[in-house]
Write a protein that binds this ligand. Structure first.
Ligand code: CU
Length: 497
């Protein structure tokens, strides 16, 4: 069942047909529109209107008596943003169902691969074993095959917002962009009640009548970006609220490449958790910034009736010397609208949420330095990634090789890692299984004092992390969470044991 990961394939006939589909839409959609109820989406010509739909909530699948056993089928045939059945989903929906477990539970997922390419399952942010049939990124499930995951959630696992998505090297960006992602919540029994507890999973995509659009070489180099920015698979849905509400929004940045800064018109955002770890002290700010893979839990407390835009600004990126004109991002787009009703009310009181595990303090047992590398193909061993002709992505001059072990760490170690990024793009760094604390960075940020699992490493800059490897021996990966970069080789292996 376990096979060696392979570099991604070149453009297949099916993908080439997908590209042809773009042209077909351009020609036909203006004439016929989409044969569905709801708002037709005549892409790629003209602006896409908001659907005006109420926010949909993915189905909850909740554990009982210590176990959540689910079957997930990853397959084409899901709808996104009113496009009929052109996306890929889990059990026919994108996002997939929300998996809800508790500390100490067993999560049993029978994953069926209904795609024409390998897939697998990563439980992003969970502090669980990376071995065997747990959160093992080296498993590849062939088309038509079934795999049984058994993931033991430790009894001391923090309660919070996590998510799941495919992690089959070479296919990750394609599969996420097509719609394969879902929320994974670890519930606690001692959290304050809220008026509404919402999963808000953000993706972006470009769809055609032939399915998800494919990305060209330039898009893969800077990280692809979809024309549609979606919330729970919907284009600019409406989030209902009453004045006086206390709503908890579990924001998940599940886009393939975008670092997003979110702002809710006339409402500050009170952040209570980052990356599934509840903060010791909530912070209230005008904006929340999420790199790809990051989550934030925020409290929203509407006081008066009205309609307020939740907008997302995408960090500019690209601007690579050899790719003049390839820079993308910088735009602000509406993501949703908050529609409140009721008489003006004083805001509800801020409850206290039990804080998550604190980072370790004291001396570290070791230090290492890692460097993001992007370069012309000849400069790196391990062959060229699929980032494009002549471009290679990796760490320390090497592209991903699942057979090579790049870092060996003793279980029990607490290490300081300095990640240096001499490239002209910011890269979001993600380490599986072992969350870390940001101690310092080239921008002069103070230590965060909290654990997280994705950190943005600025272009031409560095970050310093403290990583406790105090539990969960095993072999896993770290990588750039611009998933096109990961697929192109900006990933490496780590063994803790
Ligand atoms: Cu990157």
């Amino acid at each position: 069942m376990t096979e060696r990961a392979r570099p991604g394939p070149t453009v297949s006939r099916r993908q080439a047909l997908g590209l042809i589909g773009v042209g077909a839409v351009a020609v036909t959609a203006g004439v016929t529109g989409w044969a569905t109820s709801g708002t037709p989406l005549a892409r790629p010509t003209g602006p896409i209107p908001p659907t005006g739909e109420s926010l949909r909530t993915p189905a909850d699948l909740t554990s009982s008596r210590g176990r959540l056993a689910v079957e997930l089928t990853a397959a084409p045939g899901a709808s996104l943003a009113g496009y009929p059945a052109t996306a890929w989903g889990y059990n026919g929906s994108s996002p997939g169902p929300t998996l809800r477990v508790r500390p100490g539970d067993e999560l049993a997922v029978r994953l069926r691969n209904g795609l024409d390419q390998p897939t697998n399952l990563h439980t992003h942010g969970l502090r669980v074993s990376a071995e065997g049939n747990s959160d093992n990124p080296f498993i590849h499930i062939a088309p038509g095959q079934v795999f049984d995951y058994r993931i033991a959630i430790p009894t001391a696992h923090p309660a919070g917002t996590f998510w799941y998505h495919p992690h089959a090297h070479g296919h990750v960006a394609d599969q996420l962009f097509a719609g394969l992602a879902g929320a994974l919540i670890v519930d606690a029994s001692d959290e304050p009640a809220v008026s509404a507890d919402r999963v808000l999973l953000i993706t972006d995509t470009t769809l055609t009548s032939a399915g998800p659009a494919t990305a060209d070489t330039t898009s893969r180099m800077v990280g692809r970006q979809g024309e549609l920015l979606l919330l729970n698979g919907q284009h600019q849905p409406v989030i209902p609220a009453a004045t006086g509400d206390l709503q908890r929004w579990r924001l998940v940045n599940a886009t393939t490449s975008r670092t997003l800064t979110l702002r809710l018109d006339a409402h500050p955002l009170t952040r209570i958790a980052l990356d599934g770890i509840t903060l010791p002290v909530a912070t209230t700010d005008e904006t929340v910034r999420l790199a790809p893979g990051n989550r934030a839990d925020v409290l929203v407390r509407p006081e008066r009736s009205g309609t307020f835009t939740l907008a997302a600004t995408t960090d500019p990126r690209g601007a690579m010397g050899m790719m003049a004109g390839a820079a993308v991002g910088g735009e602000t787009q509406p993501l949703a609208a908050l529609a409140t009703s009721g008489p003006a009310r004083t805001p509800s009181a801020l409850p206290t949420f039990p804080s998550g595990p604190a980072p370790v303090t004291g001396a570290t047992t070791g230090a290492r330095r890692l460097t993001f590398t992007m370069g012309m193909g000849g400069g790196m061993s391990g062959g060229m990634g699929s980032g494009g002709p002549g471009m290679s992505f990796g760490f320390d001059g090497r592209s991903f090789d699942p057979a090579r072990t790049d870092q060996i760490v003793a279980v029990g170690a607490v290490e300081e890692w300095t990640l240096t990024n001499p490239t002209p793009m910011a890269h979001p760094f993600h380490l599986h299984v072992w969350p870390f604390e940001l101690l310092a960075d080239s921008a002069g940020s103070p230590p965060t004092g909290t654990l997280q699992d994705v950190v943005l490493v600025p272009a031409g800059g560095w970050v310093r992390l403290r990583i406790p490897f105090t539990a969960l021996p095993g072999r896993s990966v770290y990588h750039c969470h611009i998933l096109d970069h990961e697929d192109a080789g900006m990933m490496a292996t780590i063994t803790v044991g």
